[in-house]
Design a protein around this ligand. Structure first.
Ligand code: FES
Length: 435
């Protein structure tokens, strides 16, 4: 919620509020400087109840915010020219890697230090847990180190110089900041979703149609209704992908059975091998139109048995999930230390059971966001969070039928990535639309 304050009134702020249709709480300044359509009265806006605000055309929910609260975001804490000690400490103590989580951690730390200028490490961790701050790459030690160091500066027991990296220090053996750390601690680093906002206004938006069943033969995919829906440019099916429609990899393990990975379809055309396989992609003038049309794509499927664990998948009569590749795809014998059978036999207590973990091995905080276009050099350019840039070019090249020397991959700043972003299938989807 925005409350206009005399100290901040400027032509720029007033124009921004008007142009972006931002709602501002009624007070003497809002009434003086803004037209009525930008003003919400106190009565209309009981902040102690859940309210939906319309800011920049996006609906935001607010809850449990007392009336006339001051809301501080990362932009209100410090700027690149005038860093807050917490921001400086995050840079110097290596508390910023991908930086996707950093603004949240910094704002939580700021709030904590306002209330408790001398927290223990445990109190800092409790604060992060309470505010659900999660970091997937840095780990928490450096972050807690940074808050402890910033707190010292804020208490007057150290100076900004003490927590600022000096360029005179040697590169090796010192805490040289990451080049993008400054932008990341100030909340001005453009990740994929920010890059999206800078695309031209007539950019097409894609929405994927996903399989909701784990195992099926595709009889047909009917996109005729979706193609007629408002704003839809095109619906891409597997059979229309130019190229092999396959993200192929040679076998990377001598004990693998089969001849490598040649089964990952960019868009499933004959078979669904897992819940979440992409079966169609819709391009439309807006995200809302693309998503609405994606819901209208009909999947006519022959449902096959679902194998939800290893034992089901390797029973002798199980259907081969990937044609030509045994379901028991590979075995890695690992023998270390003592024979565990003897250890278990000699143990006082033995626990037996079946244990399952999540099926998703990597959980990056930022999901896939990507942009693609033909650039002025005639290169198909894909901006994404690929971890293996060179490999991605070659893997998607044959899948979408574009020579690798006509493909350019640009890595957007990435909110965590991990092995998840080595797989090139999603980048091939967007390239498939341009080919
Ligand atoms: S630095 Fe925290 S999620 Fe990447």
């Amino acid at each position: 919620m925005i409350i206009l304050n005399k100290a901040y009134i400027s032509d720029f702020l007033v124009n921004t509020i008007i142009n972006n249709k931002i709602s501002v709480l009624e007070n003497e300044y809002s009434k003086k400087y803004l037209p009525a359509q930008n003003i919400i009265s106190k009565e209309d806006f009981n902040l102690t109840e859940r309210k939906i605000l319309n800011i920049n055309g996006l609906e935001r929910a607010t809850v449990r915010v007392p009336e006339y609260s001051t809301v501080t975001t990362i932009e209100g804490i410090g700027t690149p020219q005038n860093l807050h000690p917490i921001q400086q400490a995050f840079i110097t103590y290596g508390a910023v890697q991908c930086g996707f989580c950093s603004p949240g951690f910094i704002v939580s730390s700021y709030a904590l230090l306002q209330k408790n200028p001398n927290p223990t490490r445990e109190e800092i961790r409790d604060c992060f847990e309470k505010h659900r701050n999660i970091c997937r790459c840095t780990g928490y030690k450096q972050i807690v180190d940074a808050v402890m160091a910033a707190a010292k500066v804020m208490r007057g027991e150290a100076t900004m110089k003490d927590i600022t990296y000096s360029k005179d220090e040697p590169i090796y053996g010192s805490s040289r900041p990451k080049p993008a750390a400054l932008a990341k601690v100030c909340g001005i680093c453009d990740y994929g979703d920010d890059v999206k906002l800078k695309m031209p206004p007539d950019t097409a938006h894609l929405a994927v149609v996903l399989s909701e069943v784990p195992h099926a033969n595709i009889i047909s995919i009917d996109s005729s209704e979706a193609e007629k829906m408002p704003g839809v440019y095109r619906v891409l099916l597997g059979k229309n992908v130019k190229g092999t429609n396959i993200i192929a990899n040679p076998s990377n393990h001598p004990r693998s059975r089969g001849e490598g990975f040649n089964y990952n379809k960019v868009i499933a055309d004959k078979k669904i091998n897992k819940r979440g396989d992409i079966v169609a992609v819709v391009a439309a003038d807006t995200e809302e139109h693309a998503r609405a049309a994606a819901k209208a794509v009909k999947q006519n499927l022959e449902i096959l048995p679902a194998y939800m664990n290893l034992l089901d998948a390797v029973t002798p009569d199980a259907i081969e999930i990937f044609e030509g590749i045994p379901n028991f795809h590979g075995m890695q014998p690992m023998i270390k230390g003592e024979d565990t059978r003897d250890v278990i036999d000699a143990s006082d207590f033995v626990v037996e059971g079946s244990f399952y973990s999540q099926h998703e091995p990597h959980l990056p905080i930022e999901p896939d966001v990507m942009q693609a276009y033909w650039d002025s050099d005639g290169m198909m350019t894909i901006q994404c969070k690929a971890q293996a840039v060179g490999m991605t070019r070659f893997l998607i090249s044959s899948a979408i039928g574009i020579p690798p020397d006509k493909i350019r991959i640009i890595i957007n700043p990435t909110g965590g990535s991990f092995g998840y972003s080595v797989f090139s299938g999603t980048y091939a989807v967007i390239g498939g639309f341009l080919s």
